[in-house]
Design a protein around this ligand. Sequence first.
Ligand SMILES: Cc1ncc(COP(=O)(O)O)c(C=O)c1O
Length: 383
Amino acid sequence: MNQHSRPQAIAFIDLVSQRQRLGKAIDDAVARVMGHCQFINGPEVTQLEAALAAFSGARHVVTCASGTDALLMVLMARGVGRGDAVLCPSFTFAATGEAVALTGATPVFVDVDEATFNLDASSLKRGIAAARKAGLKPVGVIPVDLFGQSADHDAVAAVAEAEGLFVFDDAAQGFGASYKGRKLGTFGIATATSFFPAKPLGCFGDGGAIFTDDADLAETLRSIRVHGQGADRYDNVRLGLTGRLDTMQAAILIEKLKIFEDEIAARNKVADRYARGLGNLVTVPRLASGCTSVWAQYTIRLPEGTDRDGFAAALKAQGIPTAIYYPKSMHQQTAYRNFPVAEGGLPVSERLSEDVISLPMHAYLDEATQNRVIAAVRGAVST
Ligand SMILES: Cc1ncc(COP(=O)(O)O)c(C=O)c1O
């Protein structure tokens, strides 16, 4: 490299390499859909649901139009509404609390664990107390498997059981990970996931799925995703949505699911090398005992006093993109700041919003590129 050449830019998430790897398999899958023209509810939708059930161990899978719809549809099916409180972590993507608010119920925000970024069961108890004080009826909790790591499902279930709440897992980032040897998709009453292109298992547009062992819930969800249909689509027995995953996306996901385990293994190798290369300088993500991650994000915490914007700019100058998930926790957002929070506040969520930063992470990050990222982070933190 001479002094005038710019370092080659690294992809934050490399969809192009995956597309090249899958090449003809995806082309053929799309061509099959173009051949039969059943763009809605084509045979690939049912095939994908069966493949996702086999992969996760869940009895029923209902695909849908997005991760947000997956969250909303389950809450609708449960009849969650005005006067109800649903507890969720504040340090998450907005869709988690948004789905609750869209039903007319109240999201009550709770804090997360400093080491894993996932819901803190002791804050959950304080959130339930805050909900009751606000005159609300706590009915459920939505743990989030943030950045790809499974939440502490036993700890959440213990509090939920004692308080009579349902547990509904938001695995939009964590699908493919496991907890104590069990794949996500099998905890609580149901699990929601997203197939947004940047997710560990993503399609070529928007998509999502719901996993459940409850046959009645699955049947209600199938009705909700087609405007609350009953005997047929012009018999409307409940409120619903245009909530379907289209056939083209299903066909693409069938092919992507075949290489998903292999991609998860590759992501874990990247995470291990990052941890070895950076662990003595920044706070690297920690997997809790019994938890695995699919590394939707590789999120580090910078040493106290580091200028995060300056750090990001130093990496950018070397062609290395970064992202901040999330610059504000939900309870700090304009749309959500009037909803209740757990007693004692949410200090961990607020701290994390100030010092986290995510590094490039995907299954196609070769060792030379990983070394570039590691060297750049080390250089930027030490200066
Ligand atoms: C934690 C979490 N929940 C829900 C969603 C919503 O998924 P979608 O973008 O497919 O609606 C996302 C994805 O962006 C997410 O990260």
